[in-house]
Ligand binder design. Structure first.
Ligand code: FPP
Length: 240
């Protein structure tokens, strides 16, 4: 498939459908999450190939703690495995890793893994990969406001945006949700203000470069007006 003319700078993904992928195969849910990691590796490579600058993925939400204990501990184990197995390859591929979310309640092992993965990939420039872990859009707004209050600074759109956990990136141009649900589920509530939304029925473990191409084609066909009219866009400029 030909590359679309307009490629988003920043894609964010709600990687939904791992559990159903596993259930359909009479496998435990964690098997779906394991395949989810494989899908994520494919999409990281595809994004780098398409020269997308930033990929942000929702790996574990603030609300996921209420899942069965066995699934939560399985996801923590999978994260620890992925940190020990995948970071060196990501480093070689030029990926700059960021872990976005509340860290206080995570284990020392996970916190150390995040710190060391971020430090070892900090100089990379091919693709920024933000892994949202113990993250929620409401958490992000509250932590940003608290930081400003603590520093005695005024709260306005600019200062809040600069204090958000994703302040190192432009807002997402395209948010993809796999797995057939059509909701935002507390993901990037602030940053999604003008994002294009793309929903597909494909379960995350089945999402591949071909599916990404279809999403990119859909994105390329959208008209992004940022509150303006089509006529104004024809003569005006878009936000940087
Ligand atoms: C949603 O599918 C997916 C998650 C809650 C976890 C996503 C995690 C990965 C793709 C693996 C990468 C993460 C780590 C830890 C390295 P679901 O379980 O809600 O699926 P369902 O809707 O079919 O039940």
């Amino acid at each position: 498939m030909a590359l679309p003319a307009v490629v988003p700078r920043h894609i964010a993904i709600v990687m939904d459908g791992n559990g159903r992928w596993a259930s359909k195969r009479f496998l435990p849910r964690i098997a779906g999450h394991q395949q989810g990691v494989e899908a994520l590796k494919r999409i990281v490579r595809a994004c780098a190939k398409h020269k997308i600058a930033v990929l942000t993925v929702f790996a574990f939400s603030s609300e996921n703690w209420s899942r069965p204990a066995e699934e939560v501990s399985g996801l923590m184990e999978l994260l620890a495995m992925a940190l020990s197995k995948e970071v060196s390859q990501l480093k070689r591929d030029g990926v700059q890793l960021h872990f976005v979310g509340a860290r206080e309640t995570l284990s020392d092992r996970v916190k150390h893994g995040f710190d060391s993965a971020e430090a070892s990939t900090a100089e990379n420039t091919t693709l920024v990969l933000n892994v949202c872990f113990n993250y929620g859009g409401r958490w992000d707004m509250v932590q940003a406001a608290k930081r400003l209050v603590h520093a005695g600074l005024a709260i306005n759109e600019d200062s809040l945006a600069r204090s958000m956990a994703l302040a190192h990136c432009p807002d997402p141009d395209l948010i993809i949700r796999t797995g057939g649900e059509t909701r935002i589920s507390n993901f990037l509530l602030w940053q999604a203000a003008y994002s294009e939304l793309y929903f597909c029925d494909v379960l995350w473990p089945d999402f591949d470069e071909g599916e990404l191409d279809i999403a990119l084609q859909a994105y390329a066909s959208r008209e992004r007006r940022f509150g303006k009219t089509s006529d104004q866009l024809a003569v005006g400029t878009l936000p940087a």
